[in-house]
Ligand binder design. Structure first.
Ligand code: PRP
Ligand code: ZN
Ligand code: MG
Length: 223
């Protein structure tokens, strides 16, 4: 891999976390030559550059050392930790960022008589988070089929391909629109600053320290 002396942060190219993430970085005194279409934004002033990518790719970019930091949902980070395999280095959640709050929940069709996780025994559950769901099912001692879908998970029960779902809930609007009822919360999530287990041992490490100090200031002011 090419040697780097500038810190590199990966964030979501377009989606719910994009605007608040850019806003936060700006409050930390970072500014970028705007070339958002180019997916690589060169930092002016500080030696910090941005990479605009799919949120699901962010943990592996950090694990590979392509990026030093990532702004990503805890759900995506934890799912990666559970499914990446042993060769992948452990990642760290450095700071919760206080935006992009949502939860990963089980939801069932309105007519499903649900009194607890044991009612999921023998069912098929559609999700984009097979690792987190499997871990929860194991903890509850429930045997269920895990069906992985990349998106639009809420449609699966109506199609008859799943009995329940496990997906993110923010406003709850998607659940209501699809006649689903939230039953269990597996994970409370929000955007977090993610990094490799050990900070870079060169000047990037110093920049990271400075950035964390500014971030703590910005987050305190907001609270
Ligand atoms: C997310 C999530 C839920 C929905 C929750 O989907 O997967 O479907 O938003 O938000 P709500 O509770 O406010 O309705 P997204 O829109 O990102 O699309 P995708 O699932 O197809 O990726
Ligand atoms: Zn995604
Ligand atoms: Mg969705």
């Amino acid at each position: 891999m090419k040697e780097r002396d500038r810190l590199r942060i990966a964030m979501q190219k377009s989606g719910r976390l994009t605007e608040p993430a850019l806003d936060l970085l700006q409050r930390c005194g970072l500014s970028f030559r705007q070339s958002r279409d180019k997916l690589f934004c060169f930092g002016e002033g500080e030696p910090v550059d941005l990479l605009l990518v799919r949120d699901d790719d962010i943990p592996s970019l950090i694990a590979q050392g392509v990026c030093d930091l990532g702004i990503v949902g805890r759900n995506v980070l934890n799912e990666f930790q559970l499914t990446a395999g042993e060769e992948s280095p452990p990642l760290a959640e450095l700071r919760p960022l206080g935006f992009g709050r949502c939860r990963l929940s089980i939801a069932v069709p309105q007519e499903f008589e649900y009194q607890g996780p044991q009612h999921l025994e023998g069912t098929r559950i559609a999700t984009s988070y097979p690792g987190l769901l499997a871990a929860w099912l194991r903890e509850k001692g429930v045997n269920a089929g895990v069906m992985t879908l990349a998106g639009s998970v809420e449609i699966a029960p109506r199609l008859g391909t799943a009995d329940a779902i496990c997906d993110l809930v923010q406003s709850g609007g998607t659940l209501v629109a699809n006649q689903l009822r939230e039953t269990d919360v597996l994970l409370e999530s929000e955007a977090v600053l993610a990094a490799a287990g050990a900070p870079p041992a060169d000047e990037r490490g110093d920049m990271l320290e400075l950035l964390l100090k500014r971030l703590d200031g910005v987050i305190q002011v907001r609270e």
